[in-house]
Design a binder for this molecule. Structure first.
Ligand SMILES: CC(C)(COP(=O)(O)OP(=O)(O)OC[C@H]1O[C@@H](n2cnc3c(N)ncnc32)[C@H](O)[C@@H]1OP(=O)(O)O)[C@@H](O)C(=O)NCCC(=O)NCCS
Length: 220
């Protein structure tokens, strides 16, 4: 009996976990930062609303300048949690002692001529910056991008986000475009938009070298 016939017989009775559930279960990994701090990297879950809101509210204003929405508003976070489509946005967080200390998302294009491209957004709590957490989070996003057939990753930021540009450059991203007076920060001030790009294959290699200290059982 073929698979289709079997499914026709039992399909109504068996329940298969969907792709998203499998990804969420698999992606919960213990890792260590450069200073030895133990963290967990995992997919964002629907229960994370209050912790995610607390994380964004505690960010210094400068680190929120680049965010496209006002993440200090509960409605914005609730809408993100409802969207729940990993083919569109793949959201992960870093957690320490039940508190979120980092958030990163991969924004995919399901169809069309940009489907080989995805955009990374990443923000780490000030106290945990420059300890390798951004790289750990990005590594998970790059692994997911690779699984989804993405070949090019972009990161967008404003000209004033010098630290972020340094961090992305360190990972091998190159500044491809700079568009003058193209974006405005949350105070309304115009800025140049910087678009940095990297190949998934090159990015993966750089990260493997950078994360030797992390002990992370990536399984990727
Ligand atoms: C960008 C950001 C996510 C990087 O996170 P992070 O955890 O500090 O990054 P890592 O510790 O993994 O650093 C990666 C590399 O970038 C370098 N780097 C990080 N912050 C840096 C800074 N402020 N200045 C210079 N280099 C920096 C690190 O030195 C590291 O290289 P190394 O391994 O040689 O030391 C973090 O700075 C942040 O949240 N910034 C505010 C939000 C933002 O601007 N996001 C970018 C738009 S997507």
């Amino acid at each position: 009996m073929g698979i289709q016939a079997l499914f026709a017989l039992f399909g109504g009775y068996l329940s298969f976990p969907d792709f998203q559930e499998v990804v969420m279960e698999q992606l919960s990994k213990a890792a260590k930062l450069k200073d030895g701090t133990a963290v967990t990297i995992r997919a964002l879950s629907k229960q994370d609303g209050p912790a995610l809101l607390a994380f964004f509210k505690a960010l210094p204003k400068d680190d929120r300048l680049f965010l496209k929405e006002d993440v200090t508003r509960k409605e914005v976070i609730e809408r993100w949690l409802e969207e729940d489509d990993f083919d569109k946005v793949f959201p992960i967080v870093a957690e320490k002692d039940s508190r979120i200390i980092g958030d990163a998302t991969l924004h995919l294009n399901k169809y069309g001529w940009q489907r080989n491209m995805a955009e990374i957004r990443c923000v780490v709590a000030k106290k945990f910056q420059q300890k390798g957490l951004g790289t750990l989070l990005m590594k998970e996003l790059v692994a997911y991008a690779d699984k989804k057939g993405v070949t090019k990753i972009t990161a967008k930021m404003m000209d004033t986000q010098v630290a972020a540009q340094n961090a992305f450059r360190r990972l091998g991203f190159k500044k491809e475009y700079e568009l003058k007076d193209f974006v405005v920060d949350i105070t309304g001030k115009p800025h140049r938009l910087v678009i940095m790009v990297n190949d998934v294959v090159d990015l993966w290699k750089t990260m493997e070298d950078l994360l030797i200290y992390s002990d992370m059982n990536t399984g990727n």
